[in-house]
Write a protein that binds this ligand. Structure first.
Ligand code: LLP
Length: 421
């Protein structure tokens, strides 16, 4: 069910015409749909129904406080990877017992904050990290619940920059060494082993790699239990992909993923945690931008937008595809034009799409990037001193600015001049 549809010739977010939001907040801006966010969370929750489980939203995908509050109210947990994300999760209302702390390089300060504020578990990624968490926990008179993230050495068949489950990746400990690492963890008085963690990558479009990883986790659960460890929780990470191109075949659905989880791991009697990010937020958001110029180049036309790579870096960084559509519905039968769609940033990499077919548009027209709700705003920067763009949340016929665009003055005021100048 798509909540970004044309109605009366104008692209809407739920019941709100995007032209109305653009007139109020200016372009470019991100716009999120409450209905889609809600639906996507529920798809995962329902896919694991009948099993003790917690869907921990991977907030790196979209960490706007309003989105987080919505997730917290729906009953989600949160997967955080930094002190900043932990603070955001707490501020949005996630109770500590629903927050899991992932990430390959947690600092002492981050561990302390989470232990003091409350945490469901730390997903540990190395032995040095294990020793440090033990020390920090003991210094606070606490025992830290932990899993160890194992690297199952499976090919997630995704973009190399977001594959994490191969032995050459920096994540987790090799599954072949898991038993000795768990033995060490069990010997540390500041840690309590509660389960196993695995995450093999992002934007997975097939279930097969999950199946391979889950088989290894099932075997490891049996081996660790035989060694005397209490394995009561399995954190399976996130990674289920979304359809970025409407023309392409769709990735597996959460219900199919859930069925695989139950098939491979259901017999173990563990509580299941999953950490989806992209599938919850990705297709719940769009980026709306205005055409500044159409420039005729040598054998090509450039569509120059007011959005740039600093606002949405995925095309520049991963060669990622985002469907781009006009906000005003094209007349039926209109011949598409071929454009190179670019932003105003001073780099050739600031190219959203090359040779993209689009109904003809001109200066002042609005276009929307689909599937931009995940890893859009969270990866944005102020490169070229372009202030972070606003974010808007829609619910039925209402919309609210959930992050305002900073003024140039506010942006400049974050810097300070040394006293000697
Ligand atoms: N859990 C862990 C430990 C992760 O590292 C990630 C994503 C997730 C969960 C959520 O994965 P998801 O369900 O969103 O696929 N910036 C990239 C994606 C990076 C993903 C990093 N880790 C992009 O724009 O495609």
């Amino acid at each position: 069910m798509d909540h970004f549809l044309y109605r009366d010739g104008v692209l809407h977010a739920e019941d709100v015409p995007l032209t109305e939001i653009a007139a109020e907040v200016g372009t470019p801006f991100y716009c999120y749909s409450t209905a889609t966010l809600t639906r996507h969370f529920r798809l995962f929750d329902e896919a694991l129904a009948g099993t003790d489980h917690l869907v921990c939203y991977a907030m790196k995908a979209n960490s706007n406080q309003a989105v987080l509050k919505l997730m917290a109210e729906l009953g989600a947990g949160a997967d955080v990877v930094s002190g900043g994300e932990y603070a955001r999760a707490v501020a949005a209302g996630f109770p500590g017992e629903r927050i899991v702390f992932s990430g390959v390089g947690k600092t002492r300060a981050e561990m302390r904050a989470a232990l003091e504020g409350g945490i469901r578990q730390f997903n540990l990624e190395s032995e040095p990290e294990m020793e440090v968490l033990n020390e920090v926990a003991l210094s606070l008179g606490k025992v830290a619940p932990v899993t160890v993230r194992v690297n199952p050495d499976v090919d997630a068949k995704t973009h190399e920059k977001i594959a994490t489950g191969k032995s050459e990746n920096k994540f987790g400990i090799p599954i072949s060494r898991a038993r000795e690492v768990y033995a060490r963890a069990a010997a540390l008085p500041g840690l309590e082993v509660v389960g196993i963690d695995v995450h093999i990558g992002s934007q997975l479009t097939e279930l097969e790699p999950y199946g391979l990883a889950f088989d290894k986790v099932a075997a490891l659960t049996a081996a660790l239990r035989a060694d005397g460890h209490t394995i009561r929780r399995l954190d399976l990470g996130g990674g289920l992909g979304i359809p970025y191109e409407r023309s392409n075949s769709a990735p597996p659905l959460p219900i199919e993923y859930g069925a695989l989880v139950k098939e491979k791991l259901g017999h173990l009697g563990c509580e299941i945690e999953i950490e989806p990010g992209r599938l919850i937020a990705g297709n719940a958001g769009i980026l709306v931008s205005e055409v500044i110029y159409v420039k005729s180049g040598e054998g090509r036309d450039f569509l120059i937008l007011d959005a740039a790579m600093n606002d949405l870096v995925r095309p520049a960084m991963y060669g990622a595809h985002h469907d781009i559509v006009p906000v005003i519905e094209p007349e039926p039968g209109v011949e598409p034009h071929v454009y190179d769609i670019v932003g105003p940033v001073c780099e050739s990499g600031d190219t959203f799409a090359k040779g993209r077919k689009l109904p003809p548009v001109g200066p002042g027209d609005l276009v929307a990037f689909r599937s931009a709700g995940a890893y859009g705003a969270t990866m944005a920067s102020e490169y070229n001193s372009r202030p972070l763009i606003p974010e808007v949340l829609v619910k039925d016929g209402q919309f609210a600015l959930v992050r305002a665009r900073p003024s140039f003055e506010e942006m400049i005021a974050r810097d300070t001049i040394p006293t000697w100048m």
